[in-house]
Write a protein that binds this ligand. Structure first.
Ligand code: 1GP
Length: 246
């Protein structure tokens, strides 16, 4: 069974999933060991690895993570072509559909396709939608794109619908790492009503309450990075909260 099918099966059972985002430049073995220790008995569903700019060799970080989390799907969340590794279980094959920069809609994808094929990596075609999170973020700067305004759910809905119609298998509503405001629950709700494919929500989710609110609004997968980098001992609480949401 593919990683996508495993995830989809869990979602079809009505479960809400949590993905921990590990940025190789910020999180070393000590952090991974701490998260493992803190989540004993209720582990994350997915580990995402990547970042806008990463200088640490991605394979080194993956080897460390796999030593501690050998049963957890490890999915690449690449900022660019340099962040690919055959050691991962799959890659979010992202197209920045909220932006109008062809480099991040199709350019990087063309450049990376032969490498991904050679690595036999499973791809999960994902519509990446940048939503204004109240501050300018690394992804906004690096991609030279304008995020969707947080109060324009109609634009988010139309973008999500177009992504689904193009055959994308998931949507990632992203406020940007460390965003002041996470994606509004009303926007998640509106997108949920309009598409059937899984919805991933991340960026600026700092509390269990926010995670729960977004799950109830219709998010299938919640991504948490910065909050756990800052306070790794919150990991179990986050996981239990999200898993308790029906
Ligand atoms: C960033 O959505 C992820 O791409 C996670 O964001 O670091 O703010 O949790 P945070």
């Amino acid at each position: 069974m593919s990683i996508y099918e495993i995830i989809l099966n869990k979602i079809k059972q009505g479960r809400k999933l949590i993905a921990l985002l590990i940025d190789p430049d910020k999180c070393g073995e000590e952090f991974v060991a701490q998260i493992k220790h803190n989540t004993e008995g209720s582990e994350p569903d997915i580990i995402l690895v990547g970042g806008s700019i990463v200088s640490t060799p991605i394979s080194e970080t993956i080897c460390i993570i796999k030593r501690y989390f050998d049963q957890t799907p490890l999915i690449l969340f690449p900022g660019n072509i340099s962040q690919l590794s055959p050691e991962a279980d799959a890659v979010l094959f992202l197209s920045l559909i909220s932006g109008r920069n062809p480099e991040y809609i199709i350019g990087q994808q063309v450049m990376s396709a032969p490498t991904i094929k050679r690595m036999s990596l499973e791809t999960i075609p994902t519509g990446y939608m940048l939503i204004n999170g109240g501050c300018s973020t690394a992804v906004q700067y690096v991609s030279s794109t304008t995020p969707i305004p947080a109060d324009k759910s109609d634009i988010a809905v139309a973008t999500a619908m177009a992504g689904e119609m193009l055959g994308l298998k998931a949507l990632y509503l992203e406020a940007g790492s460390g965003a002041i405001n996470h994606v509004p629950a009303e926007m998640v709700k509106a997108v949920r009503k309009s598409v059937k494919i899984p919805i991933i929500v991340g960026g600026g989710i700092r509390t269990r309450e926010s995670a729960l609110e977004l799950c109830k609004a219709g998010a299938d997968i919640i991504v948490v990075g910065t909050a756990l980098e800052e306070e790794p001992d919150k990991a179990k609480d986050f996981i239990r909260t999200i898993h308790s949401c029906k």
